[in-house]
Ligand binder design. Structure first.
Ligand code: SAM
Length: 652
């Protein structure tokens, strides 16, 4: 959904909110105020000074504003040389424009070292969760764009300290609502602290009502009073309306085995390795990314639904997350290119779909905008026959090189061996290789595409394959080739190393592993609609076409399967009543999962946008960190969903 930027005035070089008639921070002593009111009043200065063991810290803030509180806290974390993980979660309804944010922060540039990095990663204005990563992932910022109460209601986290900022309750009464306090209580545990610049009675009562002990103390500068306190409420999980989605909670492991060396496996291994975990990545082939992740070029973009849906939200969040990783890991763009993607309206139906989508105004223009044929000619470099959508942030990636790059982290060891089975004995997983070798580990993540079904524990997952073939040819010298990725029924990427790659077919039944002429013809016919002149030239040298066939691993709802592996038989028993009564009151029914066994599979042809964010989700689950996706999206991809749907349908 669309997010409206902040409407600000400048008072000198300090921003002032037009809407709320309030300041973002103390114009004379912004940094000192942030340290006094938030860091110190939560006792974090002492903790950072005296705690010598590595520890993880999760801070929740209301009102990101300029990011000053985030940057001051991150700097204190850096200066005290912490070795743990800082996760700073904040929410913002009307974000500052990037330029305004940088202008407001400019005066702190000698003291706060992450300002430029924040400016580079600052997200575009799309409502939902955006994860930014600093210092090789040691500091993470989960920035939720949207209303505070609504966004926090979607968060799954244990917060250690709250920074309750947001404009003064008298000037912004809507934010300091009972709904927000309820979420703050839900996300707190005994010992969670809070501090806020205000001493308003509404805030004091609201926090008390959800379980906080609230005290007044001297405010900053000329402010008489402010509030601080600690959560003394119960540490009881709140009842869930859908208990089958409840997640297991365990301490962070030292080592993990990831099975499968495609995009899902390599991104999971990388994300865990960045957390300091030793990862063994097991791939049965001699090289990484030989399956669905092995094409020379893949389009990095999300085809958006006309109206926002959870599927669309996952794809956009995933696209933006992958882009952040690529920019960080490969700033020179050697194995990817932010070339932009054009989605042509190749039929009347598609033209109407695109028109409705743009009229709905659900997506920010910086993500997608509509362009006429003439405008597209400049963008693509050749004249298309149709108008279409332009995604300026999107582009293409070489998935195989991406996988290779991700797996080069020093904490990852790759083993090329085929596994036969998994066994949980003596509180550990034993992985039996086909050659008789055994590997033991506490945690396993299965990222083995459709071969995930080969393991007894995950054989119930409804995975299917979809055959696809891309066509490859030397870029003809006589015709101009596109500068961007261009999609219609098929897609073509810009030439790379003199080669053009276009495709791909989509065959639900095909099992043929060889390249077929029939598929080349289909790719050429689709190309004729998106780049006619090029298609004619290539048709004249069809004998020079080569290609690649792969099998995408997909699921019945075309959403990936990501999360803890359910104990199938236990689910059937625990939730059997759903067969008779879908409105059944679950009582204290708790689902059971295999200990420390997770899956990430079924990414279909969208692995470039769904694998890295899924990896982040699984790593956060394994390490008990705040989860990087809203709850409804996590539930949407939970591996247990098919068991529950089938019970309700009485299909099992
Ligand atoms: N913590 C900020 C910093 O370090 O710069 C300053 C926060 S400023 C005082 C208050 C912020 O709360 C503004 O950016 C405002 O847009 C945001 N805000 C106000 N109402 C909100 C709401 N209902 N949901 C989310 N954010 C809100």
């Amino acid at each position: 959904m669309h997010i409206t930027p902040a409407n600000i005035q400048w008072k000198g070089d300090s921003p002032f909110s037009e809407q709320h008639q309030d300041i973002y921070f103390n114009p004379d002593q912004g940094l000192q105020e942030s340290l006094y009111v938030f860091l110190n009043s939560n006792g974090l200065d002492k903790q950072l000074r005296h705690e010598h063991h590595p520890f993880d810290l999760s801070i929740g803030e209301t009102g990101f504003g300029t990011g000053l509180n985030f940057l001051t806290t991150a700097q204190a974390w850096i200066d005290s040389q912490q070795r743990g993980q800082l996760t700073f979660i904040s929410v913002e309804k009307t974000p500052l424009q990037r330029q305004a944010l940088l202008k407001a922060l400019n005066r702190f540039s000698d003291t706060l070292s992450l300002i430029d990095e924040l400016g580079t990663q600052y997200p575009l204005k799309y409502s939902g969760f955006h994860q930014l990563s600093f210092l090789s992932g040691k500091i993470r910022l989960l920035l939720m764009l949207g209303d505070a109460a609504e966004q926090y209601s979607k968060l799954n986290a244990n917060i250690d300290a709250w920074y309750l900022d947001g404009f003064a309750p008298s000037k912004n009464p809507d934010m300091w609502s009972p709904e927000l306090f309820e979420q703050i209580g839900r996300l707190s545990k005994p010992g969670t602290t809070f501090s806020t610049f205000t001493a308003a009675g509404k805030v004091r009562r609201g926090l008390k009502a959800v379980g906080f002990d609230v005290r007044k103390q001297k405010g900053f500068g000329r402010k008489r009073e402010m509030l601080v306190g600690e959560f003394i409420g119960e540490d009881k999980p709140k009842p869930s309306p859908k208990p089958w989605f409840n997640l297991p909670q365990k301490p962070k492991p030292d080592s993990v085995v990831v099975i499968g060396g495609g995009l899902a496996g390599c991104s999971t291994a990388y994300t865990l390795a960045k957390r300091g975990i030793q990862v063994t990545l097991i791939e049965k082939e001699a090289e990484l990314a030989t399956g669905g992740s092995g094409n020379p070029q893949g389009a990095l973009y999300a085809k958006l639904p006309v109206k926002p849906t959870n599927q669309g939200a996952l794809h956009i969040t995933g696209l933006l997350h992958t882009l952040n990783i690529l920019k960080l890991e490969n700033p020179d763009q050697t194995f990817w290119q932010q070339s932009g993607v054009v989605q042509l309206a190749t039929s009347e139906k598609e033209a109407q779909r695109q028109q409705s989508m743009i009229e709905g105004d659900f997506y920010p223009e910086s993500l997608v905008c509509q362009k006429q044929k003439e405008e597209l000619a400049d963008i693509i470099g050749t004249q298309p026959q149709h108008s279409g959508l332009y995604f300026p942030e999107a582009g293409w990636v070489s998935p195989r090189e991406f996988c290779q790059h991700l797996s080069q982290h020093e904490n990852i060891k790759v083993i090329n061996t085929e596994l036969d089975s998994l066994e949980f004995i003596n509180n550990h997983w034993t992985l039996h290789a086909c050659n008789g070798d055994k590997i033991t580990t506490s945690h396993v993540v299965v990222c083995a595409a459709e071969q995930t079904k080969n393991f007894e524990q995950t054989e119930h997952l409804p995975l299917k394959t979809i055959r696809g073939q891309v066509s490859i040819i030397d870029a003809p010298a006589t015709v101009v080739t596109p500068k961007t990725v261009v999609c219609g029924e098929g897609y073509i990427s810009p030439a790379r190393d003199g080669k053009l790659c276009f495709g791909a077919t989509f065959d639900l039944k095909g099992k043929e592993r060889n390249i077929t002429d029939q598929d080349h013809q289909e790719n050429l016919s689709n190309l004729a609609d998106i780049a006619p002149e090029l298609a004619v030239t290539i048709s004249q040298q069809q004998d020079k076409l080569t290609g690649r066939t792969a099998f995408r691993c997909s699921t019945p709802d075309y959403m990936p399967i990501v999360g803890p592996a359910p104990l199938y038989k236990n689910y059937l028993e625990t939730f059997a009543q759903l067969r008779k009564d879908r409105k059944w009151d679950f009582g204290d029914a708790e689902p059971a999962h295999y200990p420390n066994l997770y899956v990430s599979t079924g990414h279909g042809s969208k692995g470039l946008i769904t694998c890295p964010i899924s990896a982040e989700l699984i790593a956060s689950m394994i390490c008990n960190e705040p989860l990087p996706l809203p709850k409804d999206l996590i539930d949407m991809i939970n591996p247990c969903r098919f068991i529950i749907k089938n019970l309700i349908k009485q299909a099992i």
